[in-house]
Ligand binder design. Structure first.
Ligand SMILES: CC(C)(COP(=O)(O)OP(=O)(O)OC[C@H]1O[C@@H](n2cnc3c(N)ncnc32)[C@H](O)[C@@H]1OP(=O)(O)O)[C@@H](O)C(=O)NCCC(=O)NCCS
Length: 235
């Protein structure tokens, strides 16, 4: 015989079943997520690249990028380790290796180390460094441009390199002009230098456009052949 008490008991049993089902699902998905994470973290013990690829998942590793200069078409901002993929590509293009040098950056982990030990260390030590150049409209990274302070030179020098597919649009000129203005008006630099390989016509042409003149040939640590030194003094 079934009465209201039986119906209530059946409903209660049904509700318990549904709760058990939901708990089982939550436990199941948690286990799957944990196993996936542990497996990836385990692999990363043997590969710094994998470790870096997990870093953005950790909020305290996600460094905010700092904007520095805006031009008509471009945004220049501080590099962070999250830009490793782009730096890996740029530093392995043949014009970069030929005109600037082989930095030995072959993996994302190498690129992240390069960013942290180079540009980021320079921001902290000098208050400036090489910046990432992005197209303002799409935020696509296209090159690097900024100021460096080398131990063997008395003054800061301007540096730039762009991915080949973004050459001949005037982007390097636009970025370098803005960096010169920033150096003069924000950083108060009286003399700005540049160093090029002896035969780098596109770079030398650009330096002329932004007001640098050939000064002399110099030896550069780590470089076999002498380099051209250019200079520009504030009026
Ligand atoms: C140096 C480097 C950045 C120069 O690149 P680039 O493309 O020649 O320079 P720009 O982006 O300023 O483009 C300039 C050209 O775009 C043309 N142009 C097209 N659209 C333009 C626009 N809207 N505004 C201005 N110029 C424009 C210019 O007429 C100019 O042509 P030209 O070279 O025939 O005179 C590039 O060769 C590079 O990255 N090289 C490898 C790294 C390197 O050597 N770095 C220097 C170390 S010292």
């Amino acid at each position: 015989m079934s009465g209201p008490a039986d119906a209530w008991a059946q409903r209660a049993e049904g509700a318990k079943d549904r709760v058990r089902h939901v708990v089982a699902l939550i436990v199941g998905w948690t286990v799957v997520a944990l196993v996936t994470y542990v497996k990836s973290a385990g692999r990363s013990l043997f590969s710094l690249d994998k470790t870096l690829s997990w870093m953005p998942l950790w909020p305290d590793q996600n460094v905010e990028s700092v904007g520095v200069i805006e031009t008509g078409r471009l945004s220049l901002r501080q590099l962070t380790a999250d830009d490793a993929e782009f730096i890996l590509e740029l530093l392995n293009e043949s014009p970069f290796i030929q005109n600037i040098g082989d930095r030995g950056v072959r993996t994302r982990a190498d690129a992240a180390r390069y960013i942290l030990n180079g540009p980021v260390a320079s921001y902290e030590k000098h208050g400036f460094g090489l910046y990432l150049v992005e197209l303002s409209a799409s935020r696509a990274p296209i090159g690097i441009c900024g100021l460096l302070k080398r131990d063997f030179l008395d003054d800061a020098d301007i540096g730039f390199a762009f991915l080949q597919r973004f050459w001949s649009h005037g982007y390097a000129h636009e970025a370098a002009s803005a960096v010169m203005e920033h150096g003069r008006n924000v950083l108060g630099l009286k003399r700005i230098l540049a160093v090029t390989a002896p035969d780098n016509p596109s770079s030398i042409r650009l330096l002329g456009k932004i007001g640098l003149r050939f000064d002399k040939m110099i030896g550069m640590p780590g470089a076999e052949e002498p380099r051209r030194l250019f200079a520009s003094d504030a009026q």
